[in-house]
Every structure is written in C-alpha cells, then in structure tokens.
Design a protein around this ligand. Sequence first.
Ligand code: DAH
Length: 340
Amino acid sequence: MKKRLDEIVEEAITALNTFEDHHDLMNLKSRFVGKKSELMGFMKKLGSLPKEERPIFGQTINNAKNKILDKFNEIEEKLKNLEYEKKIASNKVDFSMPGRPPLRGNLHPLTQIWREIEDIFISMGFEVAEGFDIEDEFHNFDALNTPKDHPSRNLADTFYIGNDRLLRTQTSTVQIRVMENFEPPIKIISPGRCYRNDKPDASHSPAFHQVEALVVGEGVTFADLRDTLNGFVVKMFGSKIRSRFRPHFFPFTEPSAEIDIACVNCGGKGCNVCKHSGWLEMGGAGMVDPNVLDNLGIDSEKYTGFAFGLGIDRITMLKYNIPDIRLLFENDLRFLKQFK
Ligand code: DAH
C-alpha cells in the first residue's frame, strides 16, 4: 500500500510538471487529490483497518496528499508569475501610465448658491443668523401677526408634530427670534430649510429653502428695501437684470410687496421659463408691521424696519437653468456631478 502511495505521488508530480494551462492544472488536482481520487479512496478504507493501524496509515496518506498539494501550489504560483510576465511582455500593464484619479465630489448646487447668497449679503454689511427647523406656533404664526383662523395654519398646509411643535413654514420665524434677543440696529439674513404640506411637482417640494432678511433701525425706509434688493439682484444675476415690486399682502409687513425679477432666460421679452410674462417671482417683502415690533418690545415710534424672504431653490434653478425642483432633492449623482 505504501508503495502504491509513493507511485501515486510520483505520477502526480510528473503530471504536474507537464501541466499546460490553468484548466489542466485544476483537472490534475482533482484527479490526484479530489474526492474521487485513488488516494482519497484509501482514506475511505481506513475505517475497515484495526484501530491501532489507523493513525499510522492515515498519516501516510496525508503525507502523500501534502506532497502532491505542495507541488500543486508551487506550480500554481509559477503559472501566475508566468501569466504576469506574459502580460507585461505584451504591454497589457503599462507602469508608466498615470494612475486613475480618485473620484472627487462637489458641493450640492443649493449649497453653492446658499454660500454665494451669504457672501453677497455679508459684503453688504449683513450678519448671518440661524433659526430652528422645528418651531412653535408663536414664532411661526402668532408673533408674525398671523390670525388664528389664517388658512396657512391649516393641517393641509403645515406639518404639525404635536404639542405646539411644527416644522417651520417660512424663515420669517428667525425675524422673531432675532428681535427677541437683540436690540436695534439689526441687520441680518437667515438662510434655511422650510416645510409645507405641498404635493411635489416641478415647482413644489414639501421641503424647500428660503433666505430671510431683516433690517431694523432708526429711519429705515421702503427705499432702503428697494436699494438692498436691487443690489442683491445685480450681484446675483448681473447688472442687466431689473427687478420690480408688486403690491401684495403679508400679515407681518405693511405695506407688503412681491418681488419679481426680469426673466433671466429671455431678459424680459417673454419665453417658456417666465410663461411669456417677462417676469419671475422671487419672494415677498415689506416694511415690518409696527404691531410685530411693539409685541416684541421694540418701540415702533422710534424704529422702523424692512424684511424680505427669497426662495433659494428658485434662485438656484434660475442660475443653473434647472427645470424641476425635485432634481435638487433626489441626489442623483448624474445630476449633481454637473455642478463641479
Ligand atoms: N415668509 C413669506 C413666505 O414664505 C415671505 C416673506 C414675505 C418674507 C414678506 C418676508 C416678508 O420677510 O417681509 O411667503
């Protein structure tokens, strides 16, 4: 039996030495040490031997198997090196080639515009204030002079999260938080996320972004509001883009206006983007209602203020010609990569 084992080892080694390719090698392996090999057949016979002989016999088989496996590994290693050298010889690996650069990310287009907006207002002397996404009814509605029966308080418009907590529907909440905590003169902007119970479509998203501005001081007028907004529009969209105010109503400003800018796509001639009106809506503005000031302990006889709120998503879409607001929230890399 020992003799037969030695023969098998010899046969195997001879065969391995004449291997042809990898496929061949695997066949040889299974032929000599695979489940159905003669060698493993000996293993199966172990059970029929007297107990004392089993260990020695088992070890002899294992030694034979290991010899074959060692040879197999040696040959396999050689084969690998050989293939590698062949590859190099045929120039498939070119060590002089520059490496692949790692993927580099970029800021989300909204973040880019958000920062640009901040930079513009900071250059005009504003400070950046932060508010909270989760607010109470006082800051989102009451302090903003919004009556209890105002439709915007409806469940259909506002996400309530119970116990006098809601997701703010506007960044105007930050006006209140700032006036609660600071004395005039006040000159802040506050960019941030807002939430409304809107069905998503090309121009609506349940989460969106606004930038709020608030200026309170002695002798602040509507002309200052116009001038500030014009200054911003020119810096953001270029000196050719005009802006206009349309009379409007907001509970917390008096008088109030909606802000339009000349269509950045057609320059005001009329096109699909502006629905042929020549104008695009950007947000709301007005003089802070004296009620709001007085309720927060700011003397409305001495101080006046203006405020406005603009849509950051809207500005981003106009700047980059993005047709659908939902693109800004889906985080599809194919879309985001375009803003490097
Ligand atoms: N908060 C308003 C909205 O979401 C926009 C707005 C209008 C903000 C007038 C203001 C303002 O600060 O003065 O529709």
